[in-house]
Write a protein that binds this ligand. Structure first.
Ligand code: 5U1
Length: 681
């Protein structure tokens, strides 16, 4: 071999190793070691050499993940060790029964099973796979199929960046089959569906179907374009390697081989430990970047697992403890239209009540008419409803086979169901609106609700039911009328005693003293959220100057574009809005004179992006947000490379971990207090 060839071969090997190391750090350890640009550079160089010398390409080269051509059909793979399924438990009693059952069996077999340890892992909502490595090289990827025979999806598994094409370590098994779950992260799933909807294509019903559908693509280039990932949790056939003694040992060994395991797994003590784990993971569920539908408990000791064996296709030593279902079937009784603060008509499905996500659901949002058409929802249809975490229940899809002959098409009303004004739907917009403005009682109620809300004028005790009564009885037409209410009037309302009436009047009185930004936010100008209100309050030193600002003036403010500028300008040009503002000022609603813009700009937090995580001891999350915004900071919900500071309170969440991984500056609550103290009065 010529010296030049030898040099090129060495470079090739070095590039492959470096890329696999970076893949391992990024996908398995979740701790990237190089910027994306450097990774891309290494990959480009490797491709360049391999294109010039195709004879040097090996199956474990990182370039071999992507670009293979479509296959005609899937081959069959017989699993030498069957891929088992799990028995399910839906409540604590079933988990306790599982504990007792295995304890009794082990004792009967002569084991001292008193202090039993379990491994707890999240049950990821994906699709099961078995990956075969021979002498450390990935050779085969198969789906579960019926547990005995699956499909050959090697071409697609290869494209999953989190799957090592070569195992790490020196003494590798002759054969190692790793079993796990391939999943699609929540964000990628939403994006996939968003793009499919945009193109008018069919969307996936849930993340599990999206993962399974992606893995069963004949064209690996489609699979490669969707960011699948994988967690490994067990073994199939193994040869030439001594098994650890425990399930926890298996997880550690898998991770050491470079096969990604869940960072959430834990060793648990007894059934009590299992139940606490269920609760802990249940609380974390919404923040996890992938869907889970429960947790899995496994007896830790493999010797005990062997003694317990399995019944039909499920091991006796493992149990899936499921969270309450987030999706259920029910029927649409009717579709009604709710009118929001800006007049937007939102179709709401009235459902046959169904227990889903831990509560009984009888209404689900349908968002807008486009959504109804896209999902083809009709009155009388059987639908899948979903309620995940605290999210508003929604109709996911229609079960078309169950559509009754008399199912009725939903039509947009031509007049407002509340005030009878016309309903208009602007060209190109998906939202239809009632043009009634504050003539419409629904819009009035919503405007007043918004005015009183915690982040606006913060009037405690003025809930939606009370506002309904005040508007229905014509005691309040505009927000300023709230300040004319008397104890006598209030006491005539339902569930309003003397004490509550006085308390409410005190809350109303207190709300007169506010901030300029809160006042602007409370006015309910369309598209003016809290951040825009703060930006306006910072840019204008008086309400008069803001009310007289032109659209061009308004566009000078960072983050205010032409549409929002028009909305603000037209709001202040409307005579009845000017009148409503005048009345509020006459009721002595006031705020401190705004700070000079230079004082804000001088603060170290001015222009910085800050993320909060954990519980703060000296203030609520909302108070902290408000203070930070007043100092000129932008408060973001998630950590990224552009975050300047992450402020951690008690029991911080995954955001703190992400901050450390990305090298973002992490500060304590004390630092936040010092920053607030340093702010000019
Ligand atoms: N986390 C996890 N998911 N899951 C699914 N572990 C796990 N184990 C399984 C399955 C089907 O089966 C083994 C107990 C054989």
């Amino acid at each position: 071999m010529r010296a030049a060839d030898r040099r090129q071969l060495a470079e090739l090997e070095q590039l492959r190793r470096a890329i696999e190391e970076h893949n391992y750090a990024y996908y398995v350890l979740d701790a990237p070691t190089v910027p994306d640009a450097e990774y891309d550079r290494l990959m480009r160089r490797l491709t360049e050499i391999e294109s010039a010398h195709p004879e040097l390409i090996t199956p474990d080269s990182p370039t071999q993940r992507v670009g293979a051509s479509p296959i005609a059909q899937f081959g069959e793979i017989r699993h030498n060790k069957p891929m088992l399924s799990l028995e399910n438990a839906f409540d604590e009693a079933e988990v306790a029964a599982f504990g007792k059952r295995i304890g009794d069996r082990l004792r009967a077999a002569g084991f001292d099973a008193g202090d039993m340890a379990f491994v707890g892992e999240p049950k990821v909502d994906g699709t099961a796979v078995s990956l075969r490595y021979e002498d450390g090289i990935f050779v085969l990827g198969a789906t579960r199929g019926d547990g005995s025979v699956g499909e050959d999806v090697t071409h697609n598994v290869r494209t999953i960046a989190g799957v090592p094409l070569r195992l790490r370590g020196k003494r590798l098994p002759r054969v190692l089959e790793a079993r796990g779950e391939v999943y699609i992260p929540k964000r990628a799933f939403e994006e996939l569906n968003r793009r499919a909807a945009e193109r008018g294509e069919k969307t996936f019903v849930n993340a599990r179907n999206a993962a399974a559908g992606t893995l069963r693509q004949l064209d690996p280039r489609i699979t490669a374009s969707r960011p699948l990932n994988v967690f490994f949790y067990g073994l199939g056939e193994v040869d030439g390697w001594d098994l650890p003694e425990t399930q926890s040992g298996i997880l550690k060994a898998l991770q050491a081989f470079g096969l990604r395991t869940s960072p959430e797994w834990e060793l648990l003590e007894g059934i009590q430990g299992c139940l606490s784990y269920y609760e802990t993971i249940g609380k974390k569920r919404a923040q996890l970047p992938y869907e889970i539908d429960g947790v899995v408990y496994k007896v830790d000791r493999l010797q005990w697992q062997d003694a317990l064996g399995f019944v039909s296709r499920a091991p006796r030593w493992a149990l899936a403890h499921k969270f309450p279902a987030q999706e259920e079937l029910t029927t649409v009784r009717d579709v009604e239209f709710q009118v929001g603060r800006t007049g937007a008509l939102t179709p709401v499905a009235r459902l046959e009540p169904v227990f889903v996500g831990g509560v009984t659901v009888s209404n689900a949002t349908l968002h807008n008419m486009d959504e109804i058409h896209r999902k083809d929802v009709r009155i009388g249809d059987t639908v899948i409803v979903r309620r995940a975490g605290d999210v508003i229940p929604e109709v996911v899809s229609v079960v078309l086979d169950r559509r009754p002959a008399k199912a009725r098409v939903v039509e947009l009303p031509s007049t407002c169901p509340v005030c009878g004004s016309d309903v208009v739907k602007a060209e190109g917009e998906s939202v239809a609106r009632c043009v009634g403005g504050l003539y419409c009682a629904a819009q009035r109620k919503e405007a007043i609700r918004h005015f009183c809300s915690r982040r606006a004028m913060d009037i405690e005790g003025l809930g939606p039911k009370l506002i309904d009564q005040l508007v229905d009885q014509d005691l309040v037409r505009t927000p300023a009328d709230l300040y004319d209410l008397t104890a006598d009037e209030l006491m005539k309302l339902e569930r309003m005693g003397e004490k509550s009436a006085e308390k409410l009047l005190r809350a109303l009185d207190k709300s007169r003293e506010t901030t300029f930004a809160r006042f602007l936010f409370a006015l309910g100008i369309r598209d003016v959220g809290e951040a825009t209100a703060v930006a306006l309050a910072r840019a204008y030193d008086s309400l008069d100057s803001l009310m007289d600002a032109t659209e061009e003036d308004l566009q000078e403010i960072p983050d205010i574009g032409p549409i929002v500028a028009t909305r603000i300008h037209s709001f202040f040009q409307e005579e009845h809005n000017r009148e409503a503002i005048k009345k509020l000022l006459a009721k002595k609603v006031h705020w401190p004179k705004p700070q000079a813009p230079s004082a804000v700009a001088a603060h170290p937090l001015s222009g910085k992006t800050v993320v909060l995580t954990g519980t703060l001891s000296s203030m609520t999350r909302d108070e902290a947000k408000e203070k930070l915004t007043a100092l000129g900071a932008k408060v973001a919900g998630s950590v990224s490379k552009s975050t300047d500071y992450v402020i951690v309170g008690e029991s911080p969440g995954l955001k703190a971990q992400k901050a450390l991984e990305l090298g973002v500056d992490v500060r304590t609550e004390q630092q936040l207090l010092d920053w607030i103290k340093a702010a000019p009065e």
